[in-house]
Design a binder for this molecule. Structure first.
Ligand SMILES: Cc1cc2nc3c(=O)[nH]c(=O)nc-3n(C[C@H](O)[C@H](O)[C@H](O)COP(=O)(O)OP(=O)(O)OC[C@H]3O[C@@H](n4cnc5c(N)ncnc54)[C@H](O)[C@@H]3O)c2cc1C
Length: 471
């Protein structure tokens, strides 16, 4: 099918105004939040309902055209790059919250709703949707489900997977499946809901989502612990949890990140310290007070030079926002920011932090690290320049060592950002050869013609981790 026939067929499905194909428009959809990858799609389509998604997929399967589902493209694994062209299926017109069910404590919504919009709607009814990726103001629930997004509250509340109860999804054939639902218990057959969560747009297009909500915590309190030794900060994380405190947020920032955030947001962070921990607890007031007090004592015992307890929940929220600025603040420092999410059991956090710093020295790179320390989920972030190919080669080698170390410590190559394009060739390190083969068979069962987000997640023999492909 030539391009003009494809565009006309798509216009007939979604309406002329919802199809883009000018060179300028296509260029705007050639990239996502992941550095180093760019490739223009053939056409961009904005469906307005499930029936339109179905018709687009039927057309694409019949014509063997790749389809790349897309929310707001904030993913950090190249998940929405149209590596072989194809139809960019942007789900943002599907942005209605259809129902908040107070009796069953669920919300049912379309995939283009942003994470923050759902959280706000729940909050207005005294309810709580905990998953809160740093991108929550922009990221969509469809993207969150497809990436199994985590966030700052993962330690206590879990990740997106723990809240998704049911899905409507369209298969590449155009068939519509419904998985799960509002039942607290449901063991009918294989758990297709869990399979689709984290499937990175490679198995089906998600068109409706039912999530669990929980009662809103009564109160919350936060504090900052400031350390002159980053090893002390990393050790403190494991000790807090050993002491049976599960904070809702336990975040780590190293000196490079603190300096960048302070320069960007001017929130009063001490720029001369080596590391800080942001600790937040929520729940009944007495429990929150006791936990923050004990966590503070542990920080002091481990050598914190200062403890700043937020006087009000609002002050605590401001400190949490400072942490959310980390990536944006670091991204201002050099032309290219390569952020990773190697993850280890938290008991190995101190060792992993030390290793990342050694690797940075070995490869003469600037790597700043921050992350969800309570989850062992670190974001070593390399500040580099994609035009310097020799340096990018060193970045590649440095991250290969970091992933290798994470696996050796019983960790994983990605805690929340997904495999996408960047980490396919490391996936076997984590899941083994047999694991890859099972995944290939699952992909073939859902998408025998391989039209849905092809070239993502599963390894390719030839592709290196970092490829600059100009579109
Ligand atoms: C500043 C910043 C902070 C971030 N912080 C976090 C964080 O704390 N935790 C975290 O986990 N991530 C974080 N991220 C990564 C990112 O925001 C998440 O992966 C998010 O879930 C992506 O949502 P999106 O709407 O942008 O999806 P997109 O980037 O558009 O898509 C992501 C993937 O989902 C697929 N997809 C999208 N919609 C659908 C659908 N309806 N059906 C099927 N597949 C679909 C796409 O094909 C792609 O593979 C951050 C990113 C940035 C830029």
């Amino acid at each position: 099918m030539n391009e003009s026939a494809l565009n006309s067929a798509l216009q007939a499905i979604v309406g002329e105004e919802h199809v883009l194909y000018s060179a300028a428009d296509l260029a705007a959809y050639a990239y996502d939040a992941t550095p180093l990858y760019r490739s223009v799609p053939t056409v961009v389509v904005f469906p307005g309902c499930t029936a339109e998604v179905r018709a687009v997929l039927e057309l694409a399967t019949a014509r063997q055209v790749p389809v790349i589902p897309r929310g707001h493209a904030t993913n950090l694994s190249g998940g929405t790059i149209a590596i072989n062209g194809g139809i960019m299926l942007v789900m943002t017109r599907l942005n209605r919250i259809m129902e908040i069910d107070a009796a069953n404590l669920t919300a049912t919504l379309q995939p283009g709703v942003t994470t923050a919009a759902l959280a706000k709607e729940a909050d207005a009814r005294g309810l709580f949707y905990p998953p809160d990726p740093g991108s929550q103001v922009v990221s969509t629930l469809g993207g969150n489900v497809a990436e199994n997004a985590g966030g700052l509250r993962g330690l206590k509340y879990g990740v997106t997977r723990d809240y998704v109860m049911g899905l409507e999804a369209v298969l590449p054939s155009g068939e519509i499946i419904r998985t799960g639902g509002k039942n607290a218990k449901d063991v009918a057959g294989y758990d297709l809901t869990r399979l689709l969560v984290g499937s990175e747009g490679t198995l089906a297009v998600i068109t409706e989502i039912t999530v669990k909500l929980i009662p809103k915590p009564e109160t919350k309190r936060a504090c900052l612990a400031i350390f002159d030794d980053l090893q002390q900060a990393a050790r403190t994380v494991a000790r807090i949890i050993e002491n049976r405190i599960i904070p809702c947020t336990l975040e780590y920032m190293d000196q490079g990140t603190i300096q960048a955030v302070e320069e960007f947001a001017h929130v009063g962070l001490p720029t001369d310290c080596e590391a800080l921990l942001f600790i937040e607890q929520d729940g009944p007031a007495a429990v929150v007070d006791a936990d923050i007090e004990l966590a503070g004592e542990i920080c002091r015992e481990e050598g914190a030079r200062e403890l700043k307890v937020a006087a009000t929940p609002e002050e605590g929220t401001k400190l949490a926002e400072a942490r959310r600025f980390a990536l944006s603040a670091l991204a201002r420092l050099r032309p290219t920011t390569v952020l990773e999410d190697a993850t280890v059991p938290r008991s190995h956090l101190a060792e992993m932090v030390r290793f990342i710093n050694e690797v940075a020295v070995k490869y003469n790179l600037r790597i700043c690290t921050f992350g969800h320390a309570g989850d062992g989920n670190l974001h070593p972030t390399c500040l580099t320049d994609e035009r310097d190919h020799e340096e990018i080669e060193r970045v590649e080698q440095a991250f290969a060592e970091i992933f290798d170390k994470a696996i050796a410590l019983g960790g994983t190559i990605t805690g929340e950002h997904g495999v996408g394009l960047g980490k396919q060739n490391y996936l076997e390190w984590k899941v083994g050869h047999a694991g890859i083969e099972v995944m290939r068979r699952l992909k073939a069962a859902f998408d025998p013609a391989n039209i849905l987000n092809p070239g993502k997640v599963l390894p390719t023999a030839t592709r290196k981790r970092l490829v600059v492909k100009q579109g």
